[in-house]
Structures are given as C-alpha cells and as structure tokens.
Design a protein around this ligand. Structure first.
Ligand code: 7PJ
Length: 275
C-alpha cells in the first residue's frame, strides 16, 4: 500500500508517523508573530529528525468545546508555516482543516495531504479536495466539536462508523476523487464515550480490512486521561500502548505528538515481525 501526491510517494507497507504541529499562537502573546513562526519551524524540523514522515499542520483547535477560528486567522497561521516547511524540509505536509479555502491555499503553498475531521462535509470542501488531487483523510465525528461529547450514542459504534465511511467514500468518488487517494480514520475522541473509544480500539482491524489506508489519532487523548486519571503531560505511556495496538491491527499512519518515542515503538514492532 502507498500514497501518491504530485511527485511524492509514501510507502505504507510499515506504519508511518504523522507528527502533530499545532499552529495556534495562544501561548505566544509575549514573543509575537516571529517567535511563534520560528518555534513552529523548529518543532517541524525536530519531528522530521525523529522519524516523522508527515507533519500535520492545524490552525484551528478541534478539542471538545473549542471556539471556531475565522478563515483569515486560520490562513495566516498555517500558510506561511507550510511554505517554509515545503521549502526547507523533505517531508509530507498535511493540512488539518475543514475549510475549503484553507485546503486550496494550503495545497497551493505546498501541502501534500488534506486531513479533515469533518470528512469533506463542509461547504465546497468535496469539490476543492477533488480539484487539489492530493490524498484526503476522511475522519468520523459524531456531532460538532463544541457539543460532540455531550451524549454520544451509537447502535454499534464500529458498524455505524463503517456505514459513514461508505457514504463519504461514495460522495468522494462522485466528486471525482480517486479511490487510491482516500484514507480513513475512525476519529478517536470525536463524539465517543470512553467505552466507544475502547470498543473501536478493540475492533480496529475491521477498519483496516476495508482496503483503504487507515490513520489513527489517540495521542494524549482523554480516553487515556479519563481511564488512568492522568493529566495531558502524563499520557505518554498510554499513548504508546495505543500506537502499538493500532499498528498491530493494521493502522498505516499514526498521528502523534511524541514522534521519537513512537518511532522507537514502531521499530521494535517491525523488527519483531521481520524476525
Ligand atoms: C485527530 C485529528 C484525529 C485526524 C485531531 C487531538 C485533537 N485528525 N485532529 N485524526 N485529532 N485525522 O489531537 O487531540 O484523531 S485534533
């Protein structure tokens, strides 16, 4: 299995690491725009050295309850960072957005992949993604970020998500997106209770058997914090356990904050499989 974007190929015969780069400058009120930009580039560069094959750049927080960000604000946070990384680093760039205009400008600036937690359901997103001709990650979410954790409910969480994937894959195909450009993600933490998240983790193999590249994002999420009583900073061990459980069930891309540690886990798994 592989992904192709322009003249780049990403081999998915073993799982690849997607490093998370949040460009939400809330914590940079003192240092200003320049310091924020420098920090983002340094972080990206470090993640590449640590083994990230993809850098996922997001300018809007999709945490439960987060406030939406304006189009101009999202563009001004993400586009300069994408241009700089595309110019300086040999790595796949993913744009984490749901807005059609951001997708379009990000790909023009050098992004190779669109990662959309709304699975191309926002206005114009399907059409723009088709025009961009880059791989797209369709993530499942029940509800909207502000309210999704209020009372998630499913008949059968894995079956319901599979049905959603089939609907979104059809919509993509009709819009002219090639089958080979579609990545699926069950969306851990997005409109799911603790039990839903663990049921998904237990049954992840079902999703990898659908025949599309599978991406999972569990890094530092509440499914660990709530179960273990750990703060965000204390969730590394649990997140690495999550990576291993996903990789062993066929996940092709793991979206993580801790790239070095994740790369080590995946190298141990690879060595074991090859021995
Ligand atoms: C995910 C994401 C995920 C994909 C976020 C967080 C919340 N994109 N963006 N999958 N999560 N594809 O990292 O805690 O799970 S933002």
């Amino acid at each position: 299995m592989q992904l192709i974007s322009g003249n780049r190929t990403l081999d998915l015969s073993t799982p690849q690491v997607m490093g998370i780069l949040n460009v939400t400058p809330d914590s940079f009120s003192d240092g200003g725009q320049f310091q924020f930009f420098e920090h983002a580039i340094n972080q990206a560069s470090q993640m590449v050295q640590q083994g990230a094959a993809i850098i996922d750049i997001g300018g809007e927080s999709t945490r439960p309850g987060a406030e939406p960000v304006s189009l101009d604000e999202e563009l001004s946070r993400t586009i300069p960072v994408i241009e700089k990384i595309a110019n300086d680093l040999d790595v796949w760039i993913s744009i984490d957005t749901s807005k059609a205009q951001v997708m379009k400008e990000a790909v023009a600036a050098g992004a190779h992949l669109i990662n959309d937690v709304c699975a191309l359901q926002e206005e114009g997103a399907l059409e723009v993604a088709a025009q961009c001709k880059v791989p797209v990650c369709l993530m499942h979410m029940q509800g909207a970020p502000r309210s999704m954790q209020v009372s998630p409910s499913y008949e059968d969480v894995a079956k319901d998500i599979t049905r959603f994937f089939m609907q979104r894959i059809s919509a993509c195909r009709e819009a002219g997106i090639d089958k080979s450009q579609i990545i699926l993600d069950p969306g851990f933490g997005f409109g799911k209770t603790l039990d839903h998240n663990y049921q998904l983790l237990q049954r992840l193999k079902q999703f990898s058997e659908l025949g599309y590249p599978l991406l999972t994002g569990l890094s530092r999420k509440s499914m660990f914090g709530d179960w273990l009583g750990r703060t965000v900073e204390q969730r590394l061990a649990a997140s690495l356990a999550g990576v291993l459980l996903c990789a062993q069930q066929g996940a092709n891309i793991v979206r993580v904050h801790d790239v070095q540690e994740t790369s080590d886990v995946l190298k141990v798994l690879k060595k074991t499989i090859e021995s």
